[in-house]
Design a protein around this ligand. Structure first.
Ligand SMILES: [Zn+2]
Length: 323
């Protein structure tokens, strides 16, 4: 993902503002959770399990599309989701990246409780960036990254939520989309990112597929993370974002879920919004420094990952999905 720096004049932002009006309207029927009302709901989310899910993904090596590590990790992800009782569908296609590389794209889509009418789509990207082009050492700019935070953390949390869904602890009908080919992008080319999510929107795996809402988790595992309100999410689904930030506050996580506008981020959720799905992005963005310091560097490894951050994100999601 990348940050849209020239937001006010951005044609993408203007287009989105227009196209959002034509899409599905998010429901505003349920009131936001009242901050500070400590919930008594029993929680099952395990940050240790989410952490182990990240360790496992990183152990395959960088999950760069077209590599054996990517294939093996994709097989593992699909089998984990099946093991939790999901109906799993895969989308495979050969796509061309901005630099002309042909890559085997593989989206993994899992459905729990398919009869439930109230459906939430949860997504994260599982591929990793092929290059550490933001590394302070230019000699490492062509080195693929571990992507412990950028990629594996969101997937790690979603796999743990999948376990909970499989055990009947989540009342919503949830669909989980592990998107491929998010991170093979380049600056100043908005279309070069989020190729898997774009493919998903253009080729719905279920005819007429249209979840009520969608929540993207991206970079949700780092030490010192802050999750600020993101611009496109705010345009597309402000009431959903209100509820998530209020849920986090009710659990005591208002210092991490900072209820102020952060930046505009070009990420997988933008593709869903363009397709008419109200979507938000929960993404680590720091008021003073932007993305976490390991972003697109060789330092995006397990040393970045904090169980405390995973716990805050995971329990917020679990509480939201249980209500
Ligand atoms: Zn990235």
């Amino acid at each position: 993902m990348n940050i849209i720096r020239t937001l006010v004049s951005s044609t993408l932002a203007a287009t989105l503002l227009l196209s959002c009006g034509a899409g599905r309207k998010e429901s505003r029927d349920s009131a936001a959770v009242t901050p500070d009302s400590k919930t008594t709901q029993t929680r099952f989310f395990s940050a240790d399990s989410a952490y182990a899910n990240i360790v496992r993904q990183v152990s395959f090596g960088p999950r760069v599309p077209g590599t054996p590590a990517h294939r093996a990790c994709g097989d593992w992800l699909a089998s984990r989701l099946k093991g939790f009782g999901a109906e799993v569908m895969e989308q495979k296609a050969e796509l061309t990246t901005f630099d002309g590389t042909r890559i085997p794209m593989r989206n993994i889509f899992a459905r729990f409780n398919p009869e439930a009418e109230k459906r939430t789509l949860l997504l994260a990207h599982w591929d990793t960036r092929p290059w550490a082009d933001n590394d302070p050492d230019p000699a490492l700019h062509k080195t693929p990254i571990d992507g412990a935070n950028d990629g594996a953390s969101g997937v790690g949390v979603l796999l743990e939520l999948a376990r909970l869904a499989g055990e009947g602890h989540i009342s919503h009908g949830i669909d989980i989309l592990l998107c491929d080919a998010e991170d093979w992008g380049t600056e100043n080319n908005d279309e070069s990112w989020a190729m898997g999510a774009r493919y998903f929107v253009n080729h719905p795996p279920v005819e007429g597929y249209m979840p009520q809402t969608a929540i993207l988790l991206d970079m949700v595992g780092a030490h010192g993370a802050t999750f600020m309100r993101e611009y496109f999410s705010q345009q597309a689904a402000p009431a959903l974002a209100d509820k998530i930030w209020a849920t986090a506050a009710s659990l005591g996580h208002s210092a991490m879920f900072v209820n102020r506008m952060g930046s505009a981020v070009n990420d997988d959720h933008v593709e869903l919004i363009k397709g008419g799905i109200p979507a938000i992005d929960i993404i680590d963005y720091r008021e003073d420094s932007g993305f976490f310091s390991g972003w697109h560097t060789t330092a995006d490894n397990m040393d970045c990952i904090s169980r405390e951050t995973l716990e805050a994100v995971g329990t917020t999601m679990e509480t939201f999905l249980g209500n």
